[in-house]
Design a protein around this ligand. Structure first.
Ligand code: DGL
Length: 290
């Protein structure tokens, strides 16, 4: 059995109350926020959805680097203790380009997803679906081959899936058809594992699972990101669960704060965000300029 994480109170330390920051171009990164906020109920979160500049997946690496730095500046102004680039298209530039050094750790989603895929795949035949930017960057392929040089990786860009999620059409016959059209060529390659290489796609997990069938495992990196945060940010992240016998601290009585900022007003975003995050409660929504 894995060792239970020790809380700050048990170690006689003060908890680090600064929030964890995340960003994505839109609602996609909320799939990671939900996982983290559920697994770490004593942590507060600041989420930025760059709705004014969505989609990132069709932009050049130079433009994505510029957006990423501005988004990290925003999170820095909110005094985050760590940042998760909850967007695969932006994570590829963290992996491949030189980005500004920050006073807080910046986590990308490529390595956690690749590690999870290599662990899950028995045949080593792994499919990747993502935006054009992610597929073009080839970051998953390189990370997976480093972990398992015998692996065979097959990628497919699925640019129509992000707008379908932003529209809230997660469960729709049209969406199922689009998924089928994109994924069929990967199934012909006999993959046994499929990486959801875009943070919007976990919202389509039910439809994707129907299309791929029970013999293909779906990988979304949110679980692995939480594990990496706990492992590498041990001194600043409040672990959970605590033993029922643990003394109640002020932290237990303070409700978790989830603040969401978007760069363009979008009723659809607010509605989809509430639905994707349910039963978590968003403390504040605001529109911001970067
Ligand atoms: N959710 C983002 C990703 O993981 C990208 C969506 C977009 O194209 O803006 O790649």
């Amino acid at each position: 059995m894995a060792a239970r994480p020790i809380s700050h109170a048990e170690k006689g330390q003060m908890p680090d109350l600064r929030p964890i920051g995340l960003f994505d171009s839109g609602v996609g990164g909320l799939t990671i926020l939900k996982k983290l906020a559920t697994l770490l109920p004593h942590e507060n979160f600041v989420y930025l959805g760059d709705t004014a500049r969505l989609p990132y997946g069709s932009k050049s690496p130079e433009t994505i680097v510029k957006y990423l730095e501005q988004n990290l500046d925003f999170l820095e102004r909110h005094q985050v203790k760590s940042a998760v680039v909850a967007c695969n298209s932006a994570s590829t530039v963290v992996v491949d380009q030189r980005i500004k050094a920050r006073a807080f750790p910046v986590f990308d989603v490529i390595l956690p997803g690749s590690e999870a895929a290599v662990r899950a795949s028995e045949s080593g035949r792994i499919g990747i679906i993502g935006t054009r930017a992610t597929v073009r960057a080839d970051s998953y392929q390189r990370a997976i081959l480093k972990l398992n040089p015998m692996a065979k990786v097959f990628s497919m860009a699925c640019p129509l899936l992000v707008p379908l999620v932003e529209e809230g059409w997660e469960d729709d016959p049209l969406t199922n058809l689009v998924i089928y059209r994109y994924i069929s060529p990967l199934l012909k390659e006999n993959i046994d594992t499929l990486v959801l290489g875009c943070t919007h796609y976990p919202a389509l997990k039910t439809s994707i699972a129907k299309v791929v069938g029970p013999h293909v495992q779906l990988i979304d990196s949110s679980q692995s990101i939480a594990e990496i945060l706990l492992r590498e940010g041990e001194s600043m992240i409040e672990p959970t669960p605590r033993p029922p016998s643990a003394a109640k601290s002020e932290l237990d009585l303070t409700p978790q704060k989830i603040s969401i900022s978007i760069t363009d007003k979008s009723e659809a975003f607010v509605e989809v965000a509430r639905r994707l995050l349910y039963p978590l409660i968003v403390s504040s929504f605001e529109q911001v300029d970067l």
